[in-house]
Design a protein around this ligand. Structure first.
Ligand SMILES: [Zn+2]
Length: 240
């Protein structure tokens, strides 16, 4: 599989950097995961809109979905449709997105499905909007993207043995300590590293980096717990 980081910032973009968006190329599919602000203009460096096999959005916050609004115009102008996996809540955001070209597949807790030879499974996170992690497997390779979520004890089981774990680490370790449960809606570098260690993952990629993130501190903090970790810096390409 090949993961291309199209955007890793949140909750808003920085200069020349998009919010959440990733292209996962498997043997049989080009999967667009999240479609935040600025993601499409990055995507076109690698594939065309017609090359997208299907889209998965972890949740309906705008930094993960905002480019869906304009991608609609491309497919509508060509009379085409495309499969889109999204949660069905909140209703207002859902109704805005589901119009027109998108063939909606609702993500539900513990959903497992298959598209061709690509196996998909979902895990519900802890976030103010319902947010889901996705595990994508094909031909012996496994990839997990966390979506937005606070640390959950049982998440490591879902991530078990993944070749690449792409986990949100929007909080700093200091920040997460100041927030009371259950209002922890993102992980810190140390929490993400703990998941990777428990899951016995091969590689951890930290993402959803805030514009003010001290990147070297973030990375060093995760490395204290899990050695094979990198940051989802702009347009990084990782083959695994
Ligand atoms: Zn969010």
């Amino acid at each position: 599989m090949i993961l291309t980081i199209l955007g890793a910032r949140g909750p808003y973009p920085t200069k020349n950097e998009a919010t959440s968006g990733y292209l996962l190329k498997t043997e049989s599919a080009n999967i667009l995961i999240d479609c935040g602000s600025g993601v499409l203009s990055k995507l076109l460096n690698y594939i065309t809109y017609d090359d997208i096999s299907f889209i998965i959005c972890s949740h309906l916050h705008a930094d993960h979905t905002s480019d869906l609004g304009v991608l609609r115009y491309y497919f509508a102008s060509r009379g085409k449709e495309i499969d889109l996996f999204i949660p069905s809540e909140p209703q207002e955001e859902y109704n805005l997105i589901r119009k027109g070209v998108y063939k909606i597949k609702n993500i539900e807790e513990n959903l497992q499905t298959q598209i061709g030879s690509v196996k998909l499974s979902f895990f519900e996170g802890q976030h103010p909007y319902r947010s889901f992690a996705v595990r994508i497997e094909e031909e012996g390779k496994a990839f997990v993207f966390s979506g937005d979520t606070g640390y959950k004890e049982d998440f490591a089981v879902f991530c078990s043995g993944a070749d690449l774990l792409l986990l949100n680490a929007a909080y700093t370790d200091e920040e997460v300590e100041k927030i009371e449960e259950p209002k922890r809606y993102h992980m810190s570098p140390k929490q993400a590293a703990k998941v990777a260690k428990e899951a016995k993952a091969k590689l951890l990629v930290l993402t959803h980096l805030k514009p003010e993130c001290d990147e070297q501190k973030h990375l060093a903090s995760a490395k204290e717990i899990f050695d094979n970790v990198v940051l989802a810096t702009k347009e990084k390409i990782i083959e695994f």
